[in-house]
Design a protein around this ligand. Sequence first.
Ligand code: F3S
Length: 378
Amino acid sequence: MLACQEGETAAKAMEILVAIGKIFGAEKMVPVTSTQISGVSYETIGEAGLELLESFAKDGRVRIPSYLNPCGIDLERWREIGFSKEFAKKQSKIIDAYRKMGVELSLTCTPYLIGATPKRNEHVAWSESSAVVFANSVLGARTNRESGISALAAAIAGRTPYFGYHLNEERVASLLIDVKAKLRDVSDFGALGYYVGGVAKEKVPAFLGINERNLDKMKSLGAAMAASGGVALFFMKGVTPEWRVVGRPEKIEFTERELKETKESLSTSNESELIAIGCPHCSLDEIRELTKKVEGKKLTKKFWVFTSRKIKNEADRLGYTGVIENSGGKVICDTCMVVSPIEHLGIKKTATNSAKAAKYLASMRKQKVVFGSVDDLV
Ligand code: F3S
């Protein structure tokens, strides 16, 4: 591939992977069975990103199942939501480039909810940080935190440099978290993750005191740790497929006090114009729970629920979408509150139950943020 025998883009992809491998001291490449590619929203990658993708799409083709992260708009409802024609046009060009390369237009950060579920010890190259931590920790698959471009290179080359979380020796806990606080819902798990990510940075935390198998809580926990820190893998005794604690790593406690303080720190306002649920993208269970909370009510603020199109199709079929939209909410696909430029719609204050979204709504979307549980927000 490096010698350009499989086209110019394959050579370029391999060059990128070889360079990364050299930097990190990888002794070889390892085949990967899937990739998940971030860097899809025109809002985040801009004109330079679009140009690069179009140049890759000339002769670059993916050779393994490859999934896309959310883009900047709902591809079917952008007009109704209020995005400009110019933005939608640029976004469509990005989507076209990925389509041409053979990437599945899943447009979600939760590919593991729509069938991309690598098995334990399977090597993959995923780039959305919340999906990476879920794949490594909950599924027991093996991936580094790829960038959008290194994941795309892996998709084209079908392999990735063998280092980091692909190796047994890197998959060892370096921080113990003794959870004393009572965690009630996904927002509490998000707050725990946010606190731990800030302390752990790039360490591998192992949790004591939780016996939780609810996948939505795990995705919230992992997403927050990957946002406030660089966590890519965690262990939970009796829950995650791996539990590798060697020796006596440093131990910290997470009590009611840390829970309360973290939740308070994530709120910068006490009022909102938009309530945004679904970071990471909602599962069908979460949407079903939401219907119970809003059924028969009249929502007086914008109430947007973000999910993948595949999950929304299921929600449509089961009548959940109808319940939420009859109450005045919207179920939105292909995008999320962080990668779509909601500030261009005049929105300045957003409420969310996601600790990850709370961070990025403030920093990337310039929002005043209310952080709370779905019950509080509804
Ligand atoms: Fe997903 Fe957007 Fe959150 S990509 S993890 S919903 S910031």
